[in-house]
Structure formats: structure tokens, C-alpha cells
Design a protein. Structure first.
Ligand code: CA
Length: 219
């Protein structure tokens, strides 16, 4: 999967590029709006709004005019992001700097899943004896398939993206439910409790009090 990263700031572009390459993505980086518009259309665009030549919103509009490529807009300031305007311009999602690698990768996966991309190299992950296959939406433990509901699968696949790292409840709710979450966070606890039962190893998903959850390799 080829990602076009349009970012003039090296201090952001370099770590983002190296992380994406480590995840198996091909990254083409451009530093200006004009270069981005001239580039070969990739499988996904990560577009900084503050570019040195053309306004990022205009780049977004023009990219959308010429192709259906998924676009994730990146902005330095939350108040710069007018979600309605971005959607009108054809962006698929947005991120506010500073953002974590996990959040970025979750957005890329969510957007490419919605756009039907099947070339995501991170489609399969192994964590200890667990094997998570995002393409087939199947989980096996020591070779035995575990029957999960769609949301249970999404929560486990999300935690498996960065094993050993704590995922906050807010981020899980935002990224897995893919919407601003207004309901009770009890829903997440219900899914985690059920996952623990089905995995047959309650300590596998650890609760980090006041923060969120972490997937461990195995007890
Ligand atoms: Ca910039």
C-alpha cells in the first residue's frame, strides 16, 4: 500500500515515514502542495494543512477532483480543523498534531477499510500465541479459532496493533467505534470482559486503572 505523505516539516515527516515503513507501507513524501498534486495517485494521502505554497484545503479539494483516493488531513491546531468543511472538500478523516503512531495507523486502517483497500500489509499480527487476521477477521489462539462478535474483534485487533502499550479508553472508543462516543463507557468494559472470557486467559487484557487497557503477550 503506497502512502503519499505531504508534509513540509522534517521533524514530523521523518518519524512518521520510518514508522510507516516499519509497518510495511511504501511512503512517498512531498514537501509542497504543487508537488503533491503532480505526484502519481497513491493508495492513501496524509495531507498537512499548513503547506508552504498552496493551502492544504485547496490541495485536498483538487486531489479529490481528480481521484477517489482516501485522504487523511493533518493539522497543527485543533481549532483549524473544521470537520464539516473538510468533509465537503472530500477528506475522509483528520488528525491533530501531535499524534501518536498508534492513532495514525488506526486511522489509516479505518479509512482504508472503509474504502475497501485490501493491500494493508499489517493485516495479520501475532502476539504470543494469538494470531489476529484482520483481512479474514479471524482470531486464533494456539491454532484454535475463537468466535468473536464484530466489535469484540475490533477491540482485540486494536489492542494487538501495539501490544504491551496502554490504550486509553477514550482512544479505543473513538477509533474502534469510529465516532465521537457519547454513550456510557460501560460498553467497552462489557466487550473487554467478554473477550477475556473467550480468550480463556483473563490477565491477557490488563486493566490500567484510570487509563485504559493493555494486551500482554501471555500470562
Ligand atoms: Ca506544515
Amino acid at each position: 500500500m503506497r502512502i503519499l505523505l505531504v508534509e513540509d516539516d522534517d521533524s514530523i515527516a521523518e518519524p512518521v515515514t520510518s514508522r510507516l515503513v516499519r509497518e510495511g507501507f511504501d511512503v512517498i513524501r512531498e514537501r509542497s502542495g504543487i508537488a503533491a498534486l503532480d505526484a502519481t495517485v497513491p493508495d492513501l494521502v496524509l495531507l498537512d494543512l499548513g503547506l508552504p505554497d498552496i493551502d492544504g484545503q485547496e490541495v485536498c479539494r483538487q486531489l479529490r477532483e481528480k481521484s477517489a483516493v482516501p485522504i487523511i488531513v493533518v493539522s497543527a491546531r485543533a481549532d483549524e480543523v473544521d470537520r464539516v468543511l473538510l468533509l465537503e472538500l472530500g477528506a475522509d478523516d483528520y488528525l491533530v498534531k501531535p499524534f501518536g503512531a498508534r492513532e495514525l495507523i488506526a486511522r489509516i486502517r479505518a479509512v482504508s477499510r472503509r474504502s475497501g483497500d485490501r493491500t494493508d500489509p499489517g493485516a495479520q499480527t501475532r502476539v504470543g500465541d494469538l494470531f489476529v487476521d484482520r483481512r479474514a477477521r479471524k482470531v486464533t489462539r494456539a491454532g484454535d479459532e475463537i468466535a468473536l462478535t464484530p466489535k469484540e474483534f475490533d477491540v482485540l485487533a486494536y489492542l494487538a496493533e501495539d501490544p504491551g502499550t496502554v490504550c486509553s479508553r477514550d482512544r479505543i472508543l473513538h477509533d474502534v467505534w469510529e465516532t465521537q462516543w457519547w454513550g456510557p463507557t460501560k460498553t467497552l468494559d462489557v466487550h473487554v470482559a467478554s473477550l477475556r472470557r473467550k480468550l480463556g486467559d483473563p490477565g491477557r487484557i490488563e486493566t490500567v486503572r484510570g487509563v485504559g487497557f493493555r494486551l500482554g503477550p501471555q500470562q
